[in-house]
Design a protein around this ligand. Structure first.
Ligand SMILES: [Zn+2]
Length: 301
């Protein structure tokens, strides 16, 4: 038997598997990420992360962990920090990514039409990272208070999933939102187009009137999503803690962008500037929920 029964069964149901798989590459990445935690342990500003102990019988220990803990009795105990622990944040991301992927597929199957939109803003140059994330959240709150927009937003015909992402530029972590919109089967195309353009206009208007922002009239980037694009879409949305690993170990991209790239860059090169960028991210991302499903999204499941 070659498993053709099960594949045709899933084919009929049109179910795509988004479960996490323990492949050799995934195990290699799990090992590398623990080696990074060991490099970080002495430097992190988050005390829970310095005490995180993600070793159980499934994983071999990096050399640094063996040396560090050889004389102590320790128990498997993850810190569960969702932003600043290289191990636990990736576990949280994997779970959120899995939920997002299955739920997105389910809504699309029910006739919801997927779109994306990027909510970014120009900040006053002197505004620090923490001020930028607070300002961006403030703009999002203000957007929710505009009637023309919320009238539609509050119906169960509009669902959204929002990702808060940071990019590092000239010593400042600058945030933006990626929003996935799902528009219900009953919504006409004209209403969808209006919704997206009203969102863009109101956002720019709130931005222009915010003391921490620089005005812009540029239309927000937006577009239609291919209903079959769940996997590349999820990869794109959940890239903050992504780590590329090949048979030789961590693969660093030429230009570092994500928090994880800076942390992995430090573990690889011991470059102090990379560590500084990461520690700066630890502080900036405190209490930030990087992934948010709208109430209607979860209520509709
Ligand atoms: Zn942890």
């Amino acid at each position: 038997m070659n498993g053709s029964h099960s594949s045709s069964f899933f084919g009929v149901l049109n179910v795509v598997d988004h479960d996490y798989k323990s492949t050799p590459a995934a195990r290699k990445a799990a090992f590398e990420i623990r080696a990074i935690l060991e490099e970080l342990r002495d430097f992190t500003t988050v005390s829970a992360v310095s005490r995180c102990f993600p070793y159980d019988y499934r994983y071999s220990w990096p050399e640094l962990a063996k040396r560090r803990f050889s004389s102590q009795i320790v128990y498997y105990n993850r810190c569960k920090n969702k932003n600043a622990c290289p191990v636990c944040s990736r576990v949280a991301d994997a779970k959120a990514r899995r939920d997002f992927s299955y739920e997105f597929d389910r809504f699309v199957h029910q006739g919801y039409r997927p779109y994306w939109q990027t909510y970014e803003t120009g900040f006053k140059p002197e505004l620090d990272s923490r001020g930028r994330i607070e300002t961006l959240n403030d703009l999002w709150r203000k957007l929710q208070q505009v009637k023309t927009f919320t009238r539609l937003l509050k119906t169960d015909q509009v669902l959204n999933f929002r990702v808060t992402e940071f990019t590092y530029f000239e010593g400042v972590w600058t945030p933006h939102f990626h929003v996935v919109w799902l528009f219900g089967p009953e919504m006409r195309q004209g209403a969808i187009d209006t919704f997206l353009s009203v969102g863009s206009k109101v956002w720019r208007n709130k931005q222009a009137n915010h003391p921490n922002c620089i005005a812009s009239t540029r239309v927000l980037h937006s577009g239609k999503l291919d209903p079959g694009s769940t996997r590349p879409l999820a990869h794109y949305l959940f890239k903050c803690m992504f780590l590329k690993v090949d048979e030789h170990g961590i693969v660093l991209s030429r230009y570092l962008k994500t928090p994880m790239e800076y942390l992995a860059g430090f573990a690889r090169t011991a470059e102090v500037e990379y560590l500084e960028a990461w520690l700066h991210y630890e502080q900036t991302s405190r209490r930030v929920r990087r992934y948010k499903f709208s109430k209607a999204w979860k209520a509709k499941l």
